[in-house]
Design a protein around this ligand. Structure first.
Ligand code: MEV
Length: 324
């Protein structure tokens, strides 16, 4: 094969962003938005090229070894990685002479797991090109390595959603062992509007800032984290029942905790407020916060349309997503 394709899903976090970094359970889902990567063999060029149509840039690994995409590539396909080592033992291949073309139908730096989706798409494309037959758990493990390059201390929830694309209960293993990933189903579909604050954020920075605030105030943060833990367990049950109003109540409580750890912002609050006037069931920041996207829980598709119109009047863009 001289050309192959791979996809990674975007995600929304319904419960537990930031808290998951510290081993508190979270609930998130892959969404119908993805990064799409095509890889082709560029024989004898002795380089790896990224033609990134999202960021509108071409990057050569030889010329820019410290570019984030070069770093991610080198981290994933490092011959010292256990998974890569095994591949190289059994296959006569080289992770070189490759050109990646990157496309996506959602934006980066908006809380939707772009970097995790990109990592998964790159790995899947290489997996398909060389017919490596990597299992999802290995793809997820490799994508986590890329996430560590992008975000410093990620929980792993983003790459997990990017890999599996479904609703999952996620718990980071704080001792370095495998994380707990349990896919499950909603009793009833969730109709959400993804409302864009218009502000790009840096996940690494948001996570680092929460850490600083936590370290400066351990006793208050312990209380907040305990609440987040209880919330996640209750939320899983209510999601399985399909109890929309209860789910909404818990999402609002989660948003309150996100305010307390300082990751909401004026724009997110404005979106949540105007949607309340349109009888939104709930609204909360999703992902790292400090801008990015807000999720608004709606009753049905018609309600989603109404919410999108409402936020548009305040100059915010929204799209419909459904989680089941
Ligand atoms: C980012 O999408 C979610 C955070 O919880 C960071 C992480 O889990 O790695 C803020």
């Amino acid at each position: 094969m001289s050309k192959a394709n791979g996809k990674g899903y975007g995600k929304v976090i319904l419960f537990g962003e930031h808290f998951v970094v510290y081993g508190i359970p979270g609930i998130a889902s892959g969404i119908d938005k993805f990064v799409d990567v095509t890889v082709e063999n560029i024989k004898d060029k002795n380089d790896v090229i990224f033609d990134d149509t999202v960021f509108n840039e071409k990057v050569s690994l030889n010329e820019k070894p410290d570019h984030i995409k070069s770093k991610i590539f080198k981290a994933i396909f490092n011959p010292e990685n256990k998974i890569i080592k095994e591949i190289l033992e059994f296959n006569k291949i080289e992770f070189n002479n490759l050109k990646f073309t990157i496309k996506a139908n959602f934006s980066a730096a908006k809380g939707l797991g772009y970097s995790g989706a990109l990592a998964v798409a790159i790995i899947r494309s290489v997996n398909n090109l060389f017919e490596l037959d990597l299992k999802d758990n290995h793809i997820n493990e490799l994508a986590y390595i890329a996430e560590c390059v992008s975000h410093g201390t990620p929980s792993g929830i983003d790459n997990t959603c990017a890999t599996y694309g479904t609703l999952v209960w996620f718990e980071k293993n704080m001792t370095g062992g495998p994380n707990t990933v349990k896919p499950f189903k909603c009793g009833k579909p969730l109709y959400l509007v993804l409302a864009d604050t218009g502000i790009k954020h840096d996940t690494k920075e948001s996570v680092a800032n929460v850490r600083k605030r936590k370290e400066a105030n351990e006793s208050d943060y312990k209380k907040i984290f305990d609440k987040a833990k209880k919330l996640a367990s209750k939320a899983k049950k209510e999601l399985q029942y399909g109890a929309i109003l209860e789910i909404g109540k818990l999402m609002n409580e989660n948003q309150e905790l996100l305010r307390e750890i300082g990751v909401s912002c004026k724009e997110a609050e404005e979106i949540i407020k105007v949607c309340e006037y349109e009888n939104s069931v709930a609204g909360k920041v999703t992902g790292a916060g400090d801008g990015g996207n807000v999720i608004i829980l709606c009753e049905n598709e018609k309600h989603q349309d109404k919410i999108i119109e409402t936020i548009k009047r305040k100059n915010y863009e929204g799209i419909k997503i459904k989680i089941s």
